[in-house]
Design a protein around this ligand. Structure first.
Ligand SMILES: Nc1ncnc2c1ncn2[C@@H]1O[C@H](COP(=O)(O)OP(=O)(O)O)[C@@H](O)[C@H]1O
Ligand SMILES: [Mg+2]
Length: 393
């Protein structure tokens, strides 16, 4: 059927956005003989460095977006905050996968949570906030502690304020700076996990199982696969929920579904990412088909690959903070042969900026986690830097 016509190797695939997710996608695509074009407001980007062509243009410049779309057989994205108008302009010239509808739903936390709760998926209690009165009324209903987030344009904990007491409302509201907000009950979770999964246009579904995630300062710090903290039943339930979400949104591509596991072992969906996910980076070294190759296969209408995991794995993010005392000691981190280094080609090592990651492979997830953390610690001779603090969130 023509709607499933594959985009074959040799063709050019377009990526909106130009960060590390686009870079790893481009590497996977080029390995399979595709050409890759990328568009973003920046140049010399992580994606652009490994792409065949890099367009530098604001997403609002629809003429540039159209020129980019004319040069490719299909378009995908690695950044979900691409404006809807840019996606619509591209979609008139080349198929965009996943669709603009998936992007529209997931680029706004309020729309996303409304979609999930309407579809019967469990989410933390939430309220729409457009005024201080909304916030006060919402706090009285969801209780304290709570988290106030901007509805749009949030990542790595940006745009989030924790409210410990009702008196924090005025300051937290001021922090929204007039943007639409979403108030959420603060979940006292046992652990965080994610399911990265792919779905093809034919509805074929593949997943990488439950991955356990630890965050520091609201930024993903460590992912362990398979998850240690999750009972088997909850892991299976999380995968089934992910399947339900991808089906309901008719996703063609890869999606990361983030969950909280509550103290009484209930699952709540925290958020959706309509693209490969940081917690799925281990798949590059540990699985038969990486999440990036899977994205390529899905958006090109090729059969999906096996997600079989060859060894337990752990991934530790490398943030710009690690550069505080100079260039990290790469040979020290690589001293163990089962540790793999990924760097994204970013010049400016700012604190909190994701610069790269380490993946460690071992016989057990515990050992992989220990190895990934030890390798990261070996990067800096300054004691303390890069050490995880499990109590920090
Ligand atoms: N309602 C909540 N309850 C408890 N922790 C939360 C809540 N919302 C966010 N967090 C913490 O902050 C992290 C980042 O928040 P998230 O909503 O996933 O935003 P993003 O990843 O887009 O910055 C989460 O992984 C979690 O550790
Ligand atoms: Mg998140």
């Amino acid at each position: 059927m023509s709607q499933f016509l594959p985009v074959l190797p040799g063709a050019t695939v377009g990526v909106l956005g130009s960060g590390q997710l686009g870079r790893m996608f481009a590497l996977a695509a080029r390995r399979m003989g595709y050409r890759v074009h990328t568009l973003s407001p920046h140049s010399e980007t992580p994606t652009g460095q490994v792409a065949d062509k890099e367009y530098r243009s604001p997403y609002e410049d629809l003429d540039a977006v159209r020129e980019f779309a004319r040069g490719v057989a299909c378009v995908t994205f690695e950044f979900e905050n691409v404006p809807a108008a840019a996606v619509a302009a591209a979609a008139r010239l080349a198929p965009v996968r996943p669709s603009g509808r998936v992007l529209h739903t997931t680029q706004n936390r309020l729309r996303e949570k409304t979609f999930l709760s309407t579809g019967g998926f469990p989410v933390p209690a939430f309220r729409h906030v457009t005024s201080l009165e909304d916030l006060r009324a919402g706090l009285a209903e969801v209780g304290c502690p709570a988290v106030l987030k901007t509805a749009g344009f949030g990542y790595d904990g940006k745009g989030q304020t924790r409210l410990a007491r009702p008196e924090d409302a005025a300051d937290a509201f001021a922090g929204l700076s007039g943007q639409e907000g979403i108030l959420e009950a603060f979940v006292d979770f046992e652990c965080e996990l994610s399911v990265v999964a792919a779905r093809s246009a034919r509805g074929e579904f593949r997943h990488y199982g439950a991955v356990e995630n630890t965050h520091r300062r609201h930024i993903l710090d460590l992912s362990v696969a398979p998850a240690l903290c999750v009972p088997d039943g909850a892991a299976r339930a999380a995968v089934e929920m992910a399947r339900g979400v991808l089906d309901a949104l008719d996703v063609v591509g890869v999606m990361g579904v983030e969950f909280f596991l509550t103290r009484d072992h209930a699952l709540l969906i925290n958020e959706l990412a309509p693209r490969p996910h940081n917690s799925g980076h281990f798949t590059v070294d540990a699985c038969l088909t990486s999440q990036f190759e899977q994205q390529l296969r899905a958006v090109c209408h090729l059969p999906l690959g096996s997600t079989e995991q060859l060894r337990p794995a752990a991934m530790a993010n490398l943030l710009g903070d690690l550069w505080a005392a100079g260039e990290p000691d790469w040979p020290a981190a690589l001293a163990h042969p089962d540790v793999k280094l990924h760097l994204y080609g970013k010049q400016d090592a700012r604190p909190g900026r994701k610069m790269g990651h380490l993946t460690a492979l071992a016989d057990t997830p515990q050992e992989a986690a220990r190895l990934a953390l030890a390798a990261r610690q070996a990067l800096t001779r300054t004691p303390g830097v890069g050490q995880p603090n499990q109590n920090e969130r």
